[in-house]
Ligand binder design. Structure first.
Ligand code: ADP
Ligand code: MG
Length: 246
């Protein structure tokens, strides 16, 4: 198991936002976390990435206990994430934004000339290609459409070469068409790079068509977990969450 969350809770002033959650993600899996607003999805992501400390429970990545490690250490170990608001430099070109992230990952600076720079340049180009931004690489990032900025954020997140990528609502604010194409892009990248994905998504049609495993959170607890068909049929899930849509 690549990621294992065991009995993790997070209390905010006595309120249990995450309540004894167990969650496991296998290497290479496309796993989706769903649940109504306030279910605890973002809190759980922040616990996994080290931005919050659990009140109880343990988190293991590749069998190693990462509970309570600071975010930069967890990132170095191979868990990447995209932020709601990424550090995109709007006046820098798309290429430069990704290159800055690639250089940061390899602990290089733009001024430092080494033969490795050529490799890093190729890596930047490969990332731009992967996220579908090769054609707009020269444009200032601030001029990109919302959907393309999201793709740029993904390219930046991939620059740290994560083994597991956590994406919290990667399609927020997108039209159904943009959502479908973004998720398809994610799935393709994950396959090509052997990446494991854990993401949240509100479009149920998209979730059930693409996720290999779904975990349903409700009021901080895991309500159901399993392959899409099993989760869709789960009576509690239908009652509490999916309603008529199921
Ligand atoms: P989701 O991402 O599923 O919508 P969140 O994890 O953001 O849910 O929030 C879960 C619950 O925890 C909500 O009731 C929210 O108000 C609460 N919460 C989240 N972060 C904090 C915080 N820093 N302080 C207090 N309460 C919080
Ligand atoms: Mg959230």
């Amino acid at each position: 198991m690549l990621l294992r969350v065991e009995g993790v809770s997070k209390a905010f002033d006595g309120f249990l936002a995450v309540d004894r959650v167990d969650l496991a993600v296998e290497k290479g899996q496309l796993a989706c976390l769903i649940g109504p607003n306030g279910a605890g999805k973002s809190t759980l992501f922040n616990l996994i990435t080290g931005h919050l400390r659990p009140s109880r429970g343990r988190i293991y990545f590749r069998g190693r206990d990462i509970t309570g490690l600071p975010p930069h250490r967890i990132c170095r170990l191979g868990i990447g994430r995209s932020f709601q608001r990424t550090n995109i430099f709007p006046r820098l070109s798309v290429f430069d934004n990704v290159q800055v992230a690639v250089l940061a990952h390899h602990r290089q600076t733009l001024r430092f000339f080494t033969p490795a720079r050529k490799l890093l340049r190729r890596e930047t180009e490969a990332l731009l290609e992967a996220v579908g931004l090769a054609d707009v690489a020269h444009l200032p990032s601030g001029t990109l459409s919302y959907g393309l900025q999201k793709q740029l954020e993904l390219g930046i997140a991939l620059a740290s070469e994560p083994e597991l990528l956590l994406l919290d609502e990667p399609t927020a604010g997108m039209s159904p068409q943009e959502t479908a194409s973004t998720i398809a892009l994610l799935a393709r990248i994950a396959r090509q790079r052997g990446l494991t994905l854990l993401f949240t998504e509100h479009d149920m049609e998209v979730v059930f068509s693409i996720a290999e495993k779904i975990t349903v959170l409700h009021q901080g607890r895991v309500l159901a977990e399993g392959p899409p068909e099993a989760v869709r049929r789960h009576p509690e899930v239908q009652r509490v969450y999916l309603g008529e849509a199921a």
